[in-house]
Design a protein around this ligand. Sequence first.
Ligand code: XIL
Length: 342
Amino acid sequence: SQSIPSLKDAFKRDFGIGTCLNNAQIEERDPKMTEFIVRQFNMATPENVMKAGPIHPKWDTYNFEMADKLVAFGKKHNIKINGHTLVWHSQLPPFIRGIKSSDSIRTFFTEHVKTVAGRYKGKVFSWDVVNEALNEDGTMRKSVFLQHLGDNFVTEAFRLAQQADPKAELYYNDYNNEQPAKRAGCIALIKKIKDAGVRIDGVGIQGHWHVGKVPFKDIEESILQYAALGLKVMFTELDIEVLPRNFQGADVNQRMVNNEQSNPYVNGLPDNVQQQLAADYEALFKLFLKHKDKVTRVTFWGVNDGDSWLNNWPIRGRTSYPLLFDRNNQPKPAFEKVIALK
Ligand code: XIL
């Protein structure tokens, strides 16, 4: 892997280069993988281990084992950790469903943010304080938090996080928040936080896009508009799906069925799609470089194609190719295009 150029080195004067990390990578089960990660990336986000479900499995029980290992990994290898995520409607612990009173939801919310952010005080670089609080039309998502705490919960989460870890950078993170309607909602949310005198340092645009359909215009407009609010702009979960989103057929339980239509590239990615993917990544990184004074980090949602959650979403058993490195950590044409920009 020494002969493969390093992304983090290539872009070191421009922005941080991150990846999400899964359990095997955090535990360094494969030394070659560790070496590869350390060479390519200077920032990391836990793919799952800091989410409420894994880290707070029971009302009064936390499980910090893997998150602690992640923080140790970052320290050992000089990789900055972005905590992900304190408040999110998804991947919550199962006991939440049994809670009926708003007071108890408030207690959970407050204690959770204080405890998790407090444990990693001074040890993580930043937090995705709130994740995915918005609907596509820019209104607030009807989550357990909105229902029980009202729409101030976002500001409250930032206030709590700031108290628990005053030096960590604090971000709002979402998908499709480069789209005009959702972006407007996101800007309103950010202004609301600021108007309350609470600190927010940046906004994360997840960047789960689709090959040939990357919304470059909206992305550029979003970089400008978010930066105009004084925020750092990050691309936090970048991948470009190559598989079709539309499925024919469901099984008797109305679950989508993995069939040839949903998994067309089991034997490899056709050359035309490979080239389109490379062109999309090239254009994206050109845009990031154009706005490198505003874009502070680009994080991929996976080290290589084999790690990607898109092999299992929205149904299991798909074969996807959304990243810069193939299943053997070899550079794809998209990597060559991106690195050639430097
Ligand atoms: C995904 C993980 O990659 C999967 O392993 C997990 O099963 C589901 O969550 N938006 C987010 C991420 O903010 O936390 C999600 O990660 C992908 C969508």
